[in-house]
Design a protein around this ligand. Structure first.
Ligand SMILES: [Cu+2]
Length: 136
């Protein structure tokens, strides 16, 4: 009886030790974990969009294609007043405001929801300074 009892005690003890060794010490995993995956810029709504510059009395680029609702930003990159006025295309007219109202550094943001082709000019320099936006 005593031997059996001792054996049972031994088994219990071993079991406890094994269990004790089994507790996972996960604290040592790689330290810094600095591998934060960076999301691509402009993934959010309204981020980025299309850019159209105004320089050398031209829109640059003159013809662009955007998705519906994508923001198009016109920027006057030179010391010559410009503007943006729609000449044809679906929906309501758009414009940057007064003729020649955009000074150097001024921007005009536009979004178009309806698919189609939109033509526009700079009224100061039309017809030579013109461009188009295709929405699809
Ligand atoms: Cu112009």
């Amino acid at each position: 009886m005593t031997k059996l009892f001792a054996l049972i005690l031994a088994c219990l003890a071993l079991g406890l030790v094994a269990a004790g060794c089994g507790d996972d010490d996960g604290g040592d995993s790689g330290g810094g974990s600095a591998s934060t995956t960076e999301e691509p810029a402009g993934g959010g709504a309204g981020g980025g969009g299309a850019q159209v510059g105004m320089q050398n009395i031209q829109f640059d680029p003159g013809d662009i294609t955007v998705k519906p609702g994508e923001t198009i930003t016109f920027t006057n990159d030179e010391a010559v007043p410009h503007d943006v006025h729609k000449t044809s295309g679906p929906g309501d007219d758009f414009s940057s405001g007064d003729t020649g109202g955009m000074q150097q550094g001024d921007t005009f943001k536009l979004t178009l929801d309806e698919p189609g082709k939109y033509d526009y000019v700079c009224n100061v320099h039309a017809p030579g300074m013109a461009g188009s936006i295709t929405v699809k």
